[in-house]
Design a protein around this ligand. Sequence first.
Ligand code: SF4
Length: 354
Amino acid sequence: MDELEARSGLDVRRIVEVLIDTGRRPEEACQLPWDCLDATADDQQVLIYTDSKNNRPNRRLPISAETAELIRGHRENVRQRFPNTPLDRLALFPRDQMNPYGTFHVGVPHMSTSHRAFIDSIADQLLDDAGQPYPAAVIVPYAYRHSYAQRHADHGTPPDVLRDLMGHVSMQTTMGYYRVTEKRVRHAVNQVAQHQFDSQGRRVFADVAGLVAEEHARLRVGQVAVPFGVCTEPSNVKAGGHACPYKYSCIGCGHFRSDASYLPELKSYLQQLLADRERILAATDVQEWARAKAAPGEEEIAQLRGLIRLVEDDLDQLSAADQQRIREAIDVIRSARQTVSLGMPGIALHQDRP
Ligand code: SF4
């Protein structure tokens, strides 16, 4: 961005930053008036713009506090450059030439040309997710609008909300972004599935490879989700995860599968078991038989430790590049998991222990 500013000035830099942050069309960003900020009753920041494609003025877009701050700072800068122009006539991004009062905004052709020169100047630094050269030609100002929509889809913004944010007339246009998300999640699941283990520490790649091809709802998590992995027990799967015949003793169950994307949950469960054990062993107000009954089983703790070690060792054996790929795939999967219902059983494991 410093490079862009040095080449084309602060206004062009700020336009590109607004494009990236808000996903507006290039002409909508270029034509923003000086007074384009508002706040809701609970002090959430809003950008006021004109939907240029559908000719709808005074559209209100929620924006982050950082973006609002960036615009506010820029307004001050513009105000100082044109102190005598009434604010309701000032452009937020005034063009450089033949503009003595700051009332004409930077044109889209000028901004696009400046942006093209900037991108071409850093073309050798552009890489895709796999570290391969990324074509500079496709990075055009309008592409930031697609990135904005894709970020929302990836982070689980509901389609009707995203449609509103984008100002799409057709829902089909909005849904296109979710199909890309689905493709990305499918790819991520495929990658991580190769590192999945059952409760005995056996690799279950073949099973999972088959599962990955199945229907959408099951794709994201394999089969039915349980707190630290997936369950393949047919009657429980059929019941959507609410009919475990073994009281959710997943760590010791042959139908349980887990992988590196569940490591945080596996580790947190281990910590919970260890803390429970300490607490119960330290209790002085229970008899020995009750203590033995309430304390987490040593077998469960050992098996859980073994599973965590196995998953971590499996990852350690990968090359640095493969580890990075798996880490990125895990991020995609965990993000998708937060945004879909996983059908998790409503009872915590430790409460179910006999
Ligand atoms: S114990 Fe866990 S993995 Fe086994 S059947 Fe029940 S929910 Fe499924």
